[in-house]
Design a protein around this ligand. Structure first.
Ligand SMILES: *Cc1c(COP(=O)(O)O)cnc(C)c1O
Length: 283
């Protein structure tokens, strides 16, 4: 079985630029070397539901560099499920490291053209996949569904220190939607979108599906996508290098670098009152 480090460690970030703001890193990236923490939290109750239903195969969707496809392959491999990864776009050989890892861990890869991929939740596409692959437990792109929110909602209670604000990166929004639902009423979650699209409706929609309404105090802090998903700039690269030199961890530039950049920028702009404790989620 898969061995996990839970609760994930909490470490104070000591940096003179933070002034009177206390920042704690919630190191979900240390839960498992091969599964980013939020991906594991999102899969936890999906895997339990798949088991309860007697499913033997997990099928899910992702782009070619998806951490979620990788994580699903690992969870299937260690948890005894066959896995099918439906990848957006065409096959490119040799496989990139994410897809090579997925395949090495038993994931069967199949490809959908971009038009079909956009319709991936439609009955037509799902039925076509069922005809081709037989029965499966379906997990949406990024793993974000109601079961995923319940897993992420457990995170705030793991944080043993009092805190006021939790900051996380936002891709599909499942992590923010779940974490916000687990906050105490006086706490707030701030999501930093790593893509250009407006994600407010996605996060609220995930919460409505899971809880029937918007829950918890949360908001998005736009303006830190650096050109869009998986886009980077010399400024962002410089920030990642500088953070590594000061603190050790090398931030993943697709997600965590943008989140951490936003946090430092918000501190510099005076967005937080003196004495605020902020938890930065590193997935
Ligand atoms: C997937 C991922 C995210 C984004 O999570 P969502 O729930 O899709 O918003 C953030 N950080 C890392 C490292 C990830 O792999």
């Amino acid at each position: 079985m898969i061995e996990l480090r839970l609760p994930s460690p909490l470490a104070e970030l000591r940096d003179e630029r933070l002034g009177d703001i206390r920042v704690l890193l919630k190191r979900d990236d240390l839960i498992h070397p091969e599964v980013p923490g939020n991906k594991w939290r999102k899969l936890k109750y999906n895997v339990a539901a798949a088991r309860d239903l007697g499913a033997r195969t997990l099928l899910t969707f992702g782009g070619a560099y998806s951490n979620h496809l990788r994580a699903t392959a690992a969870v299937g491999h260690f948890g005894g499920f066959a896995t099918i990864g439906v990848v957006r776009g065409e096959e490119h050989l040799p496989l990139n490291p994410s897809l090579a890892y997925a395949e090495q861990h038993g994931m069967r890869l199949t490809y959908l053209d971009r038009t079909s991929y956009r319709a991936r939740s439609s009955d037509e596409v799902i039925n076509r996949l069922r005809r081709e692959f037989g029965d499966f437990y379906l997990i949406p792109e990024g793993g974000s569904n109601t079961a995923a929110l319940l897993g992420c909602a457990e995170l705030p209670a793991e944080i043993a220190e009092p805190f006021d604000v939790l900051v996380c990166a936002v891709g599909t929004g499942g992590t923010l939607a779940g974490v916000a639902a687990g906050l105490e009423p006086r706490q707030v979650a701030i999501g930093v979108p790593v893509l250009k699209a407006s994600l407010e409706a996605d996060v609220a929609g995930l919460q409505r599906a899971a809880y029937g309404q918007r829950v918890g105090n949360w908001r998005l802090e736009d303006g830190y996508h650096f050109g869009g998903y998986a886009k980077r700039t010399p400024e962002l690269d410089g920030f990642v290098d500088d953070f590594e030199a000061r603190h050790g961890p090398r931030l993943d530039w697709v997600y965590e670098a943008k989140m951490m950049y936003a946090l430092f920028d918000q501190v510099r702009r005076g967005a937080f009152a003196a004495g605020t404790t902020v938890v930065a989620l590193i997935s």
